[in-house]
Design a binder for this molecule. Sequence first.
Ligand code: CO
Length: 204
Amino acid sequence: MLDDLKANNRAWAQRMVSRDAGFFRRLESQQAPKYLWIGCSDSRVPANEIVDLDPGELFVHRNVANLAPPQDANYLSVLQFAIDVLKVEHVMVVGHYGCGGVAAAVDGKRRGLVDHWLHPIREVHHSHQHELEAITDDTERLNRLCELNVIRQVRNVASDVFVQDAWARGQKICVHGWVYSLHTGLVNDLNVTVSNVAEADQLR
Ligand code: CO
């Protein structure tokens, strides 16, 4: 079963060791990533590959439509561990253009549980309704909603008590909003980076 994947795994491990004999032994003893990536589960948006980082360099949390919901225990556990234990210096919320999750939030179709998961995106849509309705092209309108969703999730992360308490302790954390293009493979920095309480308050 899955013999091709197991063969891939053996070849990969061999490649890593031939490049750097102590690679896995070093990683085994500790992980010290500087970055937390909060991204979409979409298979076309693989975190490490996009920013060309090795295992051990990126702490990753992915879910449908890259949400950071303030009541989600999974996301909060990841965030707290990243901030309090790993002491990451950067948190990137990374959306992607053409996100199926974002599209599903606002297409009016019923899918079940995921409709509840995607509820925060409908709220983002509602609070930017005029801006979005003025965009006539469907793809462009969806892509703008993908950006607005990322900005809202940056605000969620930056307003979280784990992050606010870390800032109060003098810990350095920057929260960034990026959107990845499936078309070009490039990340678009939305320039909404927040690195202190005052900047977090300004973000709309
Ligand atoms: Co997506």
